[in-house]
Design a protein around this ligand. Sequence first.
Ligand code: PA5
Length: 449
Amino acid sequence: AHVSFDSSALKKFVHANELGEMQAMVTAADEELRKGTGAGADFRDWLHLPSDYDKEEFARIKKAAAKIKEDSDVLVVIGIGGSYLGARMAVDFLHNTFYQAQDPADRKAPLVLFAGNSLSSSYVYDMIKLIGDKDFSVNVISKSGTTTEPSIAFRIFKQRLIDKYGEEGAKERIYATTDAKRGALKTEADAAGWETFVIPDGVGGRYSVLSAVGLLPIAASGADIDQLMAGAAQAEHDYDNPDLSKNEAYQYAAYRNILYRKGFTTELLENYEPNMTMLAEWWKQLAGESEGKDQKGIYPSSANFTTDLHSLGQYIQEGLRNLMETVVKLDTPNHNVNIPEADSNLDGLEYLQGKDMDWVNTKAYQAVVAAHTTGGVPVMTVHIDREDEYTLGYLIYFFEVAIAISGYLNGINPFNQPGVEAYKTNMFGLLGKPGFEKIGDQLRKEMNE
Ligand code: PA5
């Protein structure tokens, strides 16, 4: 398999019988998910997205990506949360670490930049400066079309497109990924005649990376979306068995539930590859937004190794014992580098000369698993054998299905996110959005403004 789950380091924390004891609950959770008897059943269309997607749209995505490659040096992808993180992590995962700084001729694809994922004015200003006179296109991604951050960014970049190419020229450079029928962006796109792609109704933002939401930016970056879908389709096939002994995604879900009940309430997703930092950000939304509700749930966090072993490592080894770790360990790097021989041993590295860096990286991983286990932190590992599209598709599906099962195991609706609205109501009140005047007045009073 391209992705394999390793629980061998859990022996100190989980008895041999415990996984089997979870089978009845896992079977029930699987039934809720597959038969749609669980909460949030309307949002399960991601389950079959890899095998049952809109082929006509998929072909249009590839065509649009080819056009963007042809006429643009930069693609500005505008979106936030579920309309951002999947594409961002995939572009990082699938490219040369310094892809953004590469010579355009070597990159052979436009630079993909992400906007609308914060309210930082400097970020937008810097991006405008970076684009300069270069040719660019925009892919705006928003299910609702009314999310503040992407709406502001889109207004800015749309205006710049119109200024540079005129109304007609801009029309050819705006791609809107949004709801099939409803919403402000859909209405605007139809009125303006932009090409549109669909965020399917039954697919929530955090489960949308294998829809047009992720696929267009990923394809435009030069990655192979056929392989991405092929890997995910294989995982859809491999992870459909409720039998825990045969389903490693379900094993992961069951173990994290066992550990959660023992007080390991924070999970760190870890990597040993800097271009997987955003993988953890994507996973944090998937896990946190799915599971953190009804005053319970594992808190998803992350750490980047070996970097953070020199900082967070102290806490992980000896701090409050509520941590568990899941390492995504790359077993074969795309490129390996030898440690050269030197004339002297002044740096004390003679014992490593002739070895390669990945061997050292893997020894570090093994040493960390042993140390953290001794320190009282359970460690699970998801091994991936390479960093390519097929493996990423497989890995995405592994986490998606595992988190859905985890949610049902913990008795919550894994597919809603009622809690993300609270701050928005306050913000709209403070910004003076029509309809939110009362809450604005109340907040200003509380803040003595
Ligand atoms: O998962 C979610 O619901 C959020 O992260 C949304 O994806 C995010 O707020 C963006 O929403 P929209 O696509 O409507 O702009």
